[in-house]
Design a protein around this ligand. Structure first.
Ligand code: GAR
Length: 216
């Protein structure tokens, strides 16, 4: 079986993208990063990709008259680079139902909370305000409703005394960098599959995902 051909969509610093790129440098990793695409020309992550010889593309949403045109240009850019699977990694544009349909079950996202808790923005502020003792991050397949879709894997992260939104975000981000490569690998190996509207994990991979419950 050939490697999954992956495109990563970013809008900013791209640390999750970097984690995926680093993981994919292992020849045994079952996915290849074909390109990194940003909607913002100044996204810091583009330089990181370029320095590693990965095509780094900008499709500026402001240069397109409509969301439909912008997304068509994104899809064209991905297809031109041989992409057959897309990872959103801090891509801060809401994607349309048409784009999601175009990439149905070939489009995943990472979100900084334990979904279905804290969909949307300001996840860490809201978790702290609620006094939760555990939060975390989720990789999920994308569906038209924001931050909803079959969950591939999650990592739980403790909230500790004195946490600020920034300190909590940093702890969750460390977990994200472990979680995203694992989730992509399981999908690429065929060990995480959408069945109905949830993801089934192969029995021999359950242990790996369970280890993330103590990520801190
Ligand atoms: C990450 O924490 C990611 O989970 C979050 O943005 C950050 C991007 O950081 N995504 C969302 O909030 C999506 N709703 P990065 O650019 O360093 O990967």
């Amino acid at each position: 079986m050939g490697k999954l051909q992956v495109g990563i969509l970013i809008s900013g610093r791209g640390s999750n993208m970097a984690a995926l790129v680093e993981a994919a440098r292992d020849p045994a990793f079952p996915a290849e990063i074909r390109c990194v695409l940003s909607n913002r020309p100044d996204a810091g992550g583009l330089d990181f990709a370029r320095e590693r010889g990965i095509p780094a593309v900008t499709v500026d949403h402001k240069a397109h008259a409509s969301k439909a045109e912008f997304e068509a240009a994104v899809t064209d850019a991905l297809i031109a680079r041989g992409v057959d699977f897309v990872c959103l990694a801090g891509f801060m544009r809401i994607v349309s139902p048409a784009f999601i349909e175009r990439w149905h079950d070939r489009l995943i996202n990472i979100h900084p909370s334990l979904l279905p808790a804290y969909r949307g923005l300001h996840t860490h502020e809201r978790a702290l305000a609620d006094g939760v003792k555990l939060t975390g991050c989720t990789v999920h397949f994308v569906r038209p409703e924001m931050d909803v879709g079959p969950i591939v894997a999650q990592a739980a992260v403790p909230v500790v005394a004195g946490d600020t939104p920034d300190s909590l975000a940093a702890r969750v981000l460390t977990a994200e960098h472990r979680l995203y490569p694992l989730a992509l690998r399981l999908i690429a190996e065929g060990k995480a599959k959408v069945v109905g509207e949830s993801v089934e994990i192969a029995s021999d991979a359950v242990d790996e995902t369970a280890r993330l419950f103590s990520a801190a």
